[in-house]
Design a protein around this ligand. Structure first.
Ligand SMILES: NC(=O)c1ccc[n+]([C@@H]2O[C@H](COP(=O)([O-])OP(=O)(O)OC[C@H]3O[C@@H](n4cnc5c(N)ncnc54)[C@H](O)[C@@H]3O)[C@@H](O)[C@H]2O)c1
Length: 279
């Protein structure tokens, strides 16, 4: 168990309280991503923003990239104000040109790339016969092709950086079928197996790749789904833990995969769904 008691403003005296065994406590003076350079797609809000704040607090230099420029620049200012290192760059994950520009920018600014979080995503609720070809393409372009393009752009930069960690945000919807959202489930299922393929291909170069599978999480994406608070509360009552995750609870898992603490973890899937797919 690790408890960070740091804040951006007192980086020089950051302490981590670490249990080395069930009974022994030791203090170590280190941040979990110290000097690492990270790109987070879809980082302007929701889970991506929670990851950006946590990564910066743990010593990373963070490039947040998103379609949402106002939110992105606002988050950059907030993190910098608190003493973190962060910069926003506009990105459409479906554009290979944008990805190449982003990685080039990151490399020029920081001289390396250690971490890529492919977090950007869109949702679509609708059964097979309610899903148009255009909706199918939109969801799969952002959620699946966008991850492929991000991985493809990052690999050469990670290779010359001496290795790296790629974390692809999939979903619990990639693990079980759901007739309400076949386009979304298919797009996230693709991310799961793309991640394993990348893990195998690049393990010998020190590049790890894992997928994260959040369950329902309290972000705008969830709020799009429910007409009112009562519907959301009713749905929460059906969950194993009777609630949704906070974005920070997902970010904690992403941090583990980004850090060297997970140095022997690749090709794996980290399910953070409060037990919902355990049923
Ligand atoms: N919220 C949930 O319950 C939940 C559950 C499982 C998985 N997820 C996944 O987690 C990830 C984060 O979602 P969230 O819940 O924070 O949602 P969110 O809607 O708050 O954030 C998604 C972000 O992705 C960005 N984005 C969308 N299309 C983009 C594009 N083409 N290029 C660049 N950026 C783009 C958005 O602008 C936004 O900032 C997504 O991949 C989502 O599918 C969410």
């Amino acid at each position: 168990m690790v408890v960070s008691i740091s804040s951006y403003k007192d980086i020089s005296i950051v302490c981590v309280l670490r249990y080395t065994s069930a009974t022994q406590l030791v203090w170590s003076e280190r941040m979990r991503l110290k000097d690492k350079v990270a790109i987070i797609s879809g980082g302007a809000k929701g889970m991506g923003a929670a990851e950006a704040k946590l990564f910066a607090r743990e010593g990373a230099r963070v490039v947040i990239a998103d379609l949402l420029e106002d939110e992105g620049y606002r988050l950059e200012a907030e993190i910098v104000e608190e003493g973190g290192e962060c910069v926003f760059k506009p990105l459409d994950v479906t554009s290979e040109v944008d990805w190449n520009d982003l990685v080039e920018f990151t490399f020029a600014k920081y001289g390396k790339l250690d971490i890529l979080v492919n977090n950007a995503g869109v949702f679509f609720l609708g059964g097979i016969e309610d899903t148009s070809e255009e909706e199918w393409d939109r969801v799969n372009d952002v959620n699946s092709k966008g991850v492929f393009l991000g991985v493809k752009a990052a690999i050469p930069a990670m290779r010359v950086s001496g290795g790296g960690s790629i974390i692809n945000i999939s979903s619990s919807a990639a693990l079980v079928g759901d007739p309400r959202m076949p386009a979304y489930s298919a797009s996230k299922g693709a991310v799961r197996l793309l991640s394993k393929s990348v893990a195998i291909e690049y393990a010998s170069e020190g590049i790890r790749c894992n997928s994260v599978h959040p369950g329902g999480t309290n972000t705008d994406m969830t709020y799009e789904l429910f007409d009112n608070e009562q519907d959301l509360a009713d749905n929460n009552a059906l969950k194993v833990m009777r609630r949704r995750a906070s974005p920070e609870e997902i970010a904690n898992g992403v941090l583990f995969l980004a850090s060297d603490e997970s140095s022997y973890v690749t090709g794996s899937e980290l399910v953070i769904d409060g037990g919902d797919t355990a049923r």
